[in-house]
Design a binder for this molecule. Structure first.
Ligand code: RNT
Ligand code: ZN
Length: 414
């Protein structure tokens, strides 16, 4: 008997149908963030970098993608090593401008048609993000909440343009696009005024979202943050701000695993937030001591997130995206490790004998609930994962592939 058949029997004895689990795993896409492939640089050549935007990619591992073609080639490589059908999460700063210089406020679908066409061929859905950073108009550290009306208006137009692009992406690919707003606005040291920037941000967001867009094509999400490099003392778009905004306006809330105090768990927020907002976007990430955006692992916080999505029956209202950018390792390996780990966490959650665990809880046998949770950790999940990879023509021994790609492709990049 092969390992999967044994595992299937073992899980069946626990009341878990592994075939159904494999089905659910296969139908849950993960949105791969394009920005792991080039350390969030993009292709616009604005002459500014991430510094001052609250974002930082550290490391200088050779071989990062320098052109859209290289980035797509790298994504194809990564996707070939990840089982299942997924999505691409693109930032507006990955626009393909050719020889035309264009303002971000004037972007249209034309600048992203190359990405959409490619996604179609690859069978990927797409998500989108306006880029409110690494740009001269963001040099003050304030964008949508800037006191300068000219700056605010520039970014409002960019936000509006990106929603239209998102809708066109969703329409062309026949799969709803989630367009996520994250802005870096905040201050390094104590501000005298915490109120006015937040009032301005609310008004600016209202303008960004003022155009009616078919929710079949585009859904809006807003992402909060606790602090960033250079915005340690004050972040305009805090959790309370966006939670309120999303509830009031029934937007999706984006929860990034690195955007809370390190002792807070994102998993515990899910059921609270989904009681009041229509849906969630997750930025699955791994903060090490701070919002460091390390590659996602099969660790307790990630498993806890997936457990909540399964136990609360929230998968249908949650868009799972990744958000990390590690420039210190092979970037394709980073995508593959992070995505496979997120999927394994989901698989573990789906395979838990939750019926038995709930029974123990309802009957008041709380030691048994804990025992069942612990015992479930050593059930043969690995054999089910192997089966999933096999059915998707993906190998577990993907490292050799990446090593070969590094040697034959990445090492030839200047
Ligand atoms: C920044 C946010 C945001 C970005 C991307 C590039 O702290 O996490 O999601 O990482 O938009
Ligand atoms: Zn994020």
């Amino acid at each position: 008997m092969n390992a999967y058949t044994l595992a299937k029997e073992k899980y069946a004895s626990q009341g878990v149908d592994t075939e159904e689990v494999l089905q659910r795993l296969a139908s849950t896409p993960i949105s791969l963030h394009c920005w792991q492939g080039d350390d969030v640089r993009g292709f616009e050549n604005t002459g500014t970098d991430l510094a001052g935007s609250g974002l930082a990619a550290t490391g200088n591992y050779p071989g990062k993608a320098r052109t859209p073609e290289e980035l797509r080639q790298d994504l194809e490589k990564a996707l070939s090593l990840i089982p299942g059908t997924h999505r691409l999460n693109l930032h507006a700063c990955y626009a393909e401008l050719g020889d035309n210089k264009k303002e971000r406020s004037d972007y249209g679908v034309a600048e992203f048609q190359g990405w959409i066409d490619w996604a179609k061929v690859q069978g990927l859905g797409m998500d989108f993000n306006p880029s409110f950073f690494a740009h001269p108009e963001a040099a003050s550290g304030f964008t949508l909440s800037s006191p300068d009306k000219g700056i605010r208006d520039y970014w409002i137009e960019h936000g509006k343009a990106c929603r239209r692009i998102g809708a066109e992406i969703g329409r062309q690919l026949g799969s709803t696009c989630v367009t996520n707003v994250w802005i870096p606005d905040g201050s390094k040291d104590l501000p005298a005024d915490r109120k006015e920037p937040r009032l301005r941000l609310e008004a600016a967001l209202d303008e960004v979202f003022s155009e009616t867009i078919d929710p079949r094509y585009n859904l809006d999400a807003v992402e909060s943050k606790l602090f960033g490099i250079g915005s340690e003392s004050y972040v305009v778009g805090s959790h309370e701000f966006y939670m309120g905004y999303a509830v009031k306006n029934q937007k999706l809330l984006c929860l990034d695993a690195g955007h809370f105090h390190p002792t807070e768990q994102l998993s515990d927020k899910i059921s609270s937030v989904l009681q009041f907002v229509p849906g969630l976007l997750l930025h699955v990430s791994r903060g090490v001591r701070w919002d460091s955006d390390h590659v996602v692992l099969l660790d307790d916080p990630t498993i806890a997130i997936m457990e909540e999505l399964v136990r609360g029956d929230f998968l249908g209202r949650t868009h799972i995206g990744l958000d990390f950018f590690d420039a210190s390792m092979n970037r394709i390996a980073a995508w593959v490790i992070g995505t496979r780990s997120a999927q394994k966490a989901l698989l573990l959650a789906l395979l838990q004998p939750i019926g038995k665990i709930r029974n123990a809880e309802e009957s008041g046998f709380l030691w048994e609930r804990l025992a069942l949770m612990e015992e479930s950790k050593t059930l043969p999940t690995g054999a089910v994962w192997e089966e999933f990879c096999l059915r998707n023509n993906v190998t577990s021994d993907w490292m050799a592939d990446v090593r070969y790609y590094e040697k034959s492709v990445l090492s030839k990049r200047g």
